[in-house]
Write a protein that binds this ligand. Structure first.
Ligand SMILES: Cc1cc2nc3c(=O)[nH]c(=O)nc-3n(C[C@H](O)[C@H](O)[C@H](O)COP(=O)(O)OP(=O)(O)OC[C@H]3O[C@@H](n4cnc5c(N)ncnc54)[C@H](O)[C@@H]3O)c2cc1C
Length: 593
């Protein structure tokens, strides 16, 4: 089974036996998608990466000219419908391209903000006239876009924005200051969120040349120094009445729906960053000698290389799984429907849990990889002359924007619980099943295939998570959502389960299909499950301790233990094998494109 053939419910991975859900894997990509990705790779390697230093001097004319070149190659048109001179490729193809476009930190942010949060609000919520007016220009790169939600006093709590819009005859008059706006230094069009009459949160399209629009100075930032970030100031900014985007008072649907898309994109973008950093680390650790040997011969350096590679493999597995579900859901919608935009947004929103998982897991994996690269380079890793220093600074933002990782953690568990309460996910039934299974937990021999043992581990993890989460629901009831640490532990368990399961299925398909790198995929997956299983186990136990104590805690821990009959293999041995493959090849060899 390569591509999702049935509509999967978002969040259902926890409740569905491993191997019984459809799953798109990177190995399922067809030649067309790979060709797009290769074109993006060629563009990045030929045009962007050689100008890395110049871009990071905040040379905005250079960035704009590179964006225009990307536009001429069709790289800005991937997600724009064909009726507006776009390519309207499926999301997975657009994501394979995005991964390549993410190999230079600042440019990645410019590209993503333009093609994602800047352009997609018009694609999904624009009127016919708005789409005709703006999308062809955005598809070609003639115009560039920005998305302005945040204000000085409202970031995570975006709905408390103070910017206002008042109707004055045939015009809206906008006032307010938007903060931290990516691409503000050169954007031709801004998606601006403001409250009509100070109350109804709504979205508007503001052009750079509209009267009353200006931008502040460039922010001085920790990283992505080549990406333009400014305030956008609206002083009695007058725009025609028909520049309202969507409906009055429904701006939150645009703001949060678009951020949700930004989340899986950010997960995919992380892959591009990780691959570039690992390449540097493999090269440097083979060239650097200490104690008479290349440092890549030391176990603790090999550990770093192997852990980096594992994160890349798992990140791809979980992100493309999510994108596969989204594409499948989108294929059930059509641009010919009068409510196409709303239907498409609903299709993507179904996977809000998985999108937040992509964002949190991807951004933290990328930060881990960059941090380990700094360490592997030693003192040179701390020097601005070597790549890891910049990589670490550049990727730090990923844990902050598109909803901070704290907010996304609250969303992962919160959305799952909300859907269970509404009866959309049979969480309670699964809880009852798990309670019964305490006396007869799943056995290894119930699982088949080359990775049967790992599948058993994943299923045990699901039960530990369910037991602990069920206990929290039972004890805390409605108060659970206010207990953020408990919610975060639940989210971390869900995230690890999704990551492990996605990797196991991907690796198993590679093994069954005789893929060239199947053995490496097996080692990576086994390593990841070894480590991740124990994180879930630890979180399940700690979560129980957060909600009960004494005899009740002893009882709860005994329940978790009933599902703990999973024995790790030697991570050191696996890491040694993975690292030697990386060192021998000189790169991460499982290339999708
Ligand atoms: C380089 C850069 C580019 C950006 N680009 C854009 C852009 O193009 N468009 C745009 O609109 N915005 C943009 N942003 C803004 C970004 O989205 C916000 O910074 C982000 O949403 C966080 O908001 P904040 O900075 O106000 O932090 P706050 O919301 O004040 O959060 C501060 C801390 O408190 C935590 N926190 C907040 N609320 C809760 C809660 N309920 N529970 C638990 N913890 C909580 C947060 O997780 C965080 O750790 C950008 C920011 C940066 C730095």
């Amino acid at each position: 089974m390569s591509i999702a053939t049935e509509q999967v419910k978002g969040g259902s991975f926890l409740l569905t036996p491993i191997g019984t859900m459809p799953q798109f894997t990177p190995e399922d990509f067809g030649e067309d998608a790979k060709e797009f990705a290769r074109a993006a790779r060629e563009f990045m390697q030929g045009e962007v990466i050689p100008l890395d230093e110049e871009i990071d001097k905040l040379n905005l004319p250079l960035t704009v000219s590179l964006m225009k070149k990307a536009g001429a190659l069709g790289l800005l048109a991937m997600e724009i419908p064909e009726a507006y001179e776009g390519m309207d490729v499926d999301k997975r193809t657009a994501m394979l391209v995005l991964e390549e476009m993410s190999k230079q930190g600042s440019f990645a942010v410019t590209y993503s903000a333009n093609t994602g949060i800047g352009t997609l609000p018009i694609v999904y919520f624009g009127t016919e006239a708005q789409k005709q007016a703006y999308l062809p220009k955005l598809a070609s790169g003639e115009w560039l876009a920005a998305y302005a939600l945040t204000e000085a006093g409202s970031g995570s709590d975006a709905m408390s924005a103070k910017s206002t819009a008042v109707l004055d005859g045939d015009h809206w008059v906008l006032n307010g200051t938007k903060m931290w706006i990516t691409n503000a230094g050169f954007a031709d069009i801004f998606v601006i969120f403001a409250k009509v009459d100070g109350e109804q949160f709504s979205a508007f399209l503001v052009e750079k040349t509209d009267p009353g629009v200006s931008t502040g100075a460039e922010e001085k930032k920790l990283g992505i120094k080549g990406s333009s970030t400014r305030t956008v100031i609206l002083e009695n900014c007058r725009i025609p009445k028909d520049r309202l985007l969507g409906e009055i008072g429904k701006g939150h649907k645009i703001a949060f729906g678009i951020l949700n898309i930004g989340r899986f994109k950010l997960g995919v973008g992380s892959q591009g960053g990780m691959k570039r950093i690992l390449e540097h680390a493999i090269r440097y650790t083979s060239e650097r000698h200490q104690f008479g040997k290349a440092i890549n011969s030391f176990g603790l350096i090999q550990q770093k290389l192997a852990d980096m590679a594992a994160r890349i493999f798992v990140c791809e597995a979980l992100n493309f799984r999510t994108v596969g579900y989204i594409d499948e859901a989108l294929s059930r919608t059509s641009w010919t429907s009068p409510t196409a935009g709303a239907e498409k947004m609903a299709a993507i929103d179904e996977y809000a849990i998985e999108c937040s998982i992509s964002k949190v897991w991807g951004s933290e994996a990328l930060f881990f990889v960059a941090d380990e690269a700094v360490q592997a380079f030693g003192g040179y890793g701390f020097s601005a002359e070597y790549p890891p220093e910049k990589a670490l600074r550049d990727c730090r933002i990923n844990r902050i924007f598109e909803g901070t990782n704290e907010i996304n953690r609250l969303l992962i568990a919160g959305t799952l619980l909300k859907r269970a309460m509404k009866g959309e996910l049979p969480l309670m039934q699964f809880g009852q099943q798990v309670a019964k299974e305490i006396s007869d937990p799943p056995k290894p021999e119930s699982f088949t295939g080359p990775l049967a043992r790992l599948k058993h581990g994943v299923e045990l993890s699901k039960r530990q998570c369910m037991l602990a989460a069920g206990l929290a629901v039972q004890v805390l009831g409605q108060k659970l959502i206010d207990n953020q640490e408990v919610m975060a532990r639940m989210s971390d368990m869900l995230t690890e389960i999704y990551a492990m399961e996605s990797a196991v299925i991907r690796a198993e398909r590679m093994l069954e299909g005789g893929h060239r790198w199947a053995q490496l995929a097996r080692d990576i997956t086994e390593l990841y499950v070894n480590e991740s299983w124990h994180r879930v186990h630890g979180n399940a136990r700690m979560l129980c301790a957060d909600v009960v104590e004494g005899e009740a805690l002893r009882h709860a821990l005994a329940g978790v233990k009933a599902f703990a009959e999973f024995h790790p293999t030697s991570s050191a041995r696996l890491r040694g094998r993975i690292a030697s493959e990386l060192i021998q090849r000189g790169s991460y060899p499982i290339d999708v494109a």
